[in-house]
Design a protein around this ligand. Sequence first.
Ligand SMILES: [Zn+2]
Length: 535
Amino acid sequence: MTATIFTGGVIWTGSAETDALLVVDGVVRAVGDQARASAAGADQVDLDGGLLMPSFGDGHAHPLYGGLEYAGPPVRPCNSVDEIVLAVKKFADEHPDDEWIIGASYDSSLAPDGLFDARWLDSAVPDRPVALRAWDYHTMWVNSVALQRAGITADTPDPVLGEIPHREDGSVLGTLREWGAVDLVTAVMPKRDEGVRLAALGTAADYYLARGVTWVQDAWVEPDDVDTYIAAARNDLLRMRFNLALYADPRHFDSQVKGFDDARRRVDEVGSPLLTAKTVKFFADGVIENETGALLAPYCSALHNHGQSNWEGDALAEAARQVDDLGLQIHIHAIGDAAVRQALDAIEYVVRHNGSRDRRPVIAHAQLVDDADVGRFAELGVIPNMQPLWAQLDALMTVLTVPRIGAERADKQYRIRSIAESGAPLAFGSDWPVSSGKPFDGIAVAVSRQTAEGEPAGGWTPNEILPIERALCAYTAGVAYQAFAEDGWGRLMPGASADLVWLDRDPRTTAALDIPSLHVRGTYLCGTPAYSATD
Ligand SMILES: [Zn+2]
């Protein structure tokens, strides 16, 4: 038996404050005076005036893609097209044997309308294919050789669920929007080496554990990815908890359904406490910045442009019902107000058709929600998994989003507090590597609706500002609920796993602008240090 008592700082259980926590064999045994009374022989951890709280869960992210970003040209920090091209050239020069240069993820706002030209990449790498994903992961920028390999010419029609923008002279530009187009390139790209993919999961674990996160919902898993996770679990390479959401493709759904059941069974057979595959992921639409987010009223740019609905008619509802039949959890990406409504309608259909059960469906992002739909999350028991970091007036918002939907609709975005106060079980996620996977970056915005520079004063749409404890809960207990793990982790109560994060300061008394600078001193999984700031 191993026992550890944490004292010397504030311990926030998720609902109350105490000054001692006793962990026995990885499980919270007692708090406060009771912890002290039963601590004979226990190891001592002095919190040194810091704060101990439940570690975070990330309810929507892409850890494998996030880890893989580190295996390609470092385009993420680039602030101009020239910088990206230079980073690609440098990487290509250093990797003369790579048949393809594959990278992610670049800032789409660095070129007007997010339109990037293949010729810019040709100047850096003229003789090998280059494929870069944009921040949103719905868009790809490729060079001319990659276009050739994919067989994309000026005569290629826009594929189903995709767009191939052209230059004014009719030639193909080099930016590919949404899967239908992106898949033309990924279909001819070589598969990443399995060693690289396993290492990427390790990179993701390092990234998350250093930020106090011990559970993540991988929100887009292809069959090959399931194999990678299983291999990682078998080889004890998973150092945190993962739940897999198997990707449901509207173009192949009927042939996929049986595979979902198989994937879950194969994952369950591994018997790892760190890996589950309980969820299926649907994309109802794309993203507003590409005008592929599905809107009830048209985009400002064109009278009849309502964006892209990936599932037509009642196809989403019917597919969701089949997934629910398997006992799997529904997780729907819905950005535009039409997509959110379609997702809510689909879940309503599932509830009506399959009867009530503890199914905990998730709608991820819920960027734009019509007034009529705000209360439906609570009514239907839908978990809104929202990305608080996005709820700010940054360049992405002012340059790419607001001009497309107009001021009135812009103010109806990320209605975090309204939806939570209607009674919906709010959970947070980061969508890493689309945006920062550090919970405190998102929490700072949740409690201020301000940019890192503190703009605007008083916050953007300040009626949606969340109290700090509510924000912390959405990133801990809220995600545990999404994971069907509220008895397992997310709150520090007797019987819960000691999944903990130790901070240098108390986030509840830290000014919003300073919250991102909170320092993680240590992260514990099942009572064992999984990250320590000193090593
Ligand atoms: Zn995502």
